[in-house]
Design a protein around this ligand. Structure first.
Ligand code: GMT
Length: 378
C-alpha cells in the first residue's frame, strides 16, 4: 500500500506512535509518506520505503496566525496526486482531520477518492477538542473520516460521550517495539547516578499541567523520607521552571535530576526501579508502556485508559487523581526488595501484549477494510 501519514513531528505521544507505525509499515514493504511541518523526531532510520514531505507555510505580514491547516491540506492534495497514495492516515484530530477533509473534497474535484483514517490520541478529544472553540469542527471532521480509531476503550467511550459521533470507532491500542525498549545492562550508568545503590524513580513527559508534575515531585519527596532514592525527570515543557522551584522549596534538589528531552529514553528506563504517572488525564499512557517494556513497574492514577495498561496490584498500582499519599504507599510497597522482582516481571509480561508485531497488523487490516469500502467516484 501507499500510505500518507500526517502527525505532529514532536516528542509527543501521538507523533511517536505515528512515526513508529510508519517505520514498521515501511519495513513490511509499504510505501510510507510522512507529511508534517518538520522531520518527525523518531524518523531516524534510512529505508527505501520512507518519504518525508515538509509542509511549508509562506509568511505574510497579514498573517498573525499562519494558516497551517490550508498549507497542510494543499500538501496532502499534492502528495496524494503525485505519489498516487491509497490512503491518508491522520494522527490527532486537530487540525489534521479537518485538513484531510478539505484535501479529500479538493481531490474529489480531480476524480480521486482518497480514504481518510483519523486516529484519536487523547487531548484532541478530552481537553482541546471538546473546547467550544473547536468542538463543531472536530465533530464534523471525525464524522467525515472514512475510518476512525482510538488508542483505548476509555478514549472511545469518552469520544462518544463528548461528541455526537455517528461513526463506528475502532480501538487499536498503542504499541511498543520490544527490541528497542529492552532493559539494557547499564551498571556503570546506574553506579554514576546512584553510587550508594539508591532506588531510581523515573518520570517522562512533556511537562504540561495535565501530567501533574508537582504530584511527581511531592510523591518523590515523601518516598525519599523512607527509602534512599533519586528522581530522574526526562522531558521538558512549560511546567519545568515551576518544578525546579518546587524542588528547591522542598530541599530535594540534590536527589532530583532534570535530564531534558532525550532520544534514547530506554537507557534511563533501563536503570529505573519505578515509573510515576500521576496524570489528570491520559488516554493510554505510552510513556508507562515504554517503562514497562524496560521492566519498570508503574505507580499511576486511574485516569482515562491507564487502567487498561497498568493493572492494579499486578504491574504496579493505580490511584485516584491527586491521591498523593496512596501513591507514596504504593511506591514504597513496590520498592521493597521482596516485591520489586515480581512487579518487574509482571510489567514486562503486560508490555508484550502491546508488542508492535501484534498491533501493526491491526492497522493493516483496518486500512484494507476502509480502502475496500470506498465507493468509486461516479
Ligand atoms: O501526553 C500528551 O499530552 C501528548 C499526547 C499526544 O498526542 O502527543 O499524548 C496522547 O497520545 C498518546 C499516544 O497515543 C497517549 O499515550 C497519551 O496518553 C495521550 N495523552 C493524554 O491523553 C493526556
Amino acid at each position: 500500500m501507499k500510505i500518507g501519514i500526517v502527525c505532529y513531528p514532536t516528542f509527543g505521544g501521538s507523533g511517536v506512535v505515528a512515526t513508529e507505525l510508519g517505520k514498521a509499515l515501511a519495513l513490511k514493504g509499504h510505501k510510507v509518506h510522512f507529511i508534517t511541518y518538520s522531520q518527525p523526531a523518531r524518523l531516524d532510520i534510512f529505508n527505501e520505503n520512507l518519504f518525508y514531505h515538509e509542509v511549508y507555510i509562506p509568511s505574510y505580514p497579514l498573517f498573525q496566525y499562519p494558516p497551517y491547516e490550508l498549507a497542510l491540506a494543499s500538501k496532502m492534495v499534492d502528495i496524494v496526486r503525485f505519489e498516487k497514495l491509497d490512503l491518508l492516515h491522520v494522527h490527532y484530530a486537530i487540525p489534521h482531520a479537518s485538513a484531510a477533509f478539505m484535501a479529500k473534497q479538493i481531490l474529489r474535484t480531480k476524480g480521486i477518492n482518497i480514504p481518510i483514517i483519523t486516529t484519536l490520541h487523547g487531548t484532541d478529544i478530552t481537553l482541546v477538542g471538546k473546547d467550544a472553540s473547536f468542538e463543531p469542527v472536530v465533530t464534523f471532521s471525525i464524522n467525515q473520516s472514512d475510518g476512525v480509531t482510538a488508542v483505548s476503550d476509555s478514549l472511545r467511550t469518552e469520544t462518544y460521550e463528548y461528541f455526537p459521533i455517528e461513526k463506528e470507532i475502532e480501538v487499536i491500542p498503542n504499541f511498543i517495539n520490544l527490541e528497542k525498549f529492552k532493559r539494557q545492562k547499564k551498571e556503570h550508568f546506574r553506579m554514576a547516578i546512584s553510587p550508594n545503590n539508591e532506588k531510581l524513580v523515573v518520570h517522562t513527559s512533556n511537562f504540561r499541567a495535565v501530567k501533574r508534575l508537582d504530584d511527581v515531585i511531592r510523591i518523590f519527596a515523601k518516598i525519599r523520607q523512607h527509602v534512599s532514592s533519586k528522581l530522574l525527570l526526562v522531558g521538558d515543557g512549560p511546567d519545568r521552571p515551576k518544578m525546579e522551584k518546587l524542588c528547591r522549596e522542598l530541599n530535594i534538589c540534590s536527589d532530583v535530576r532534570f535530564l531534558g528531552k532525550m532520544d534514547a529514553v530506554e537507557e534511563v528506563l533501563s536503570i529505573a526501579d519505578l515509573f510515576l504517572m500521576p496524570s489528570e488525564k491520559e488516554s493510554f499512557g505510552l510513556a508507562a508502556l515504554e517503562a514497562m517494556a524496560c521492566e519498570v513497574p508503574v505507580v499511576s492514577t486511574n485516569a482515562g485508559g491507564i487502567p487498561e495498561l497498568n493493572i492494579d496490584g499486578v504491574t504496579g498500582f493505580t490511584s485516584p487523581v491527586g491521591a498523593i499519599d496512596d501513591m507514596v504507599k504504593n511506591s514504597l510497597y513496590i520498592l521493597d526488595d521482596e516485591n520489586l522482582p515480581r512487579f518487574k516481571a509482571n510489567a514486562l509480561h503486560q508490555a508484550t501484549n502491546f508488542d508492535i508485531n501484534k498491533i501493526v497488523p491491526l492497522y493493516e487490516n483496518f486500512y484494507q477494510k476502509i480502502i475496500y469500502e470506498q465507493p468509486a467516484l461516479l
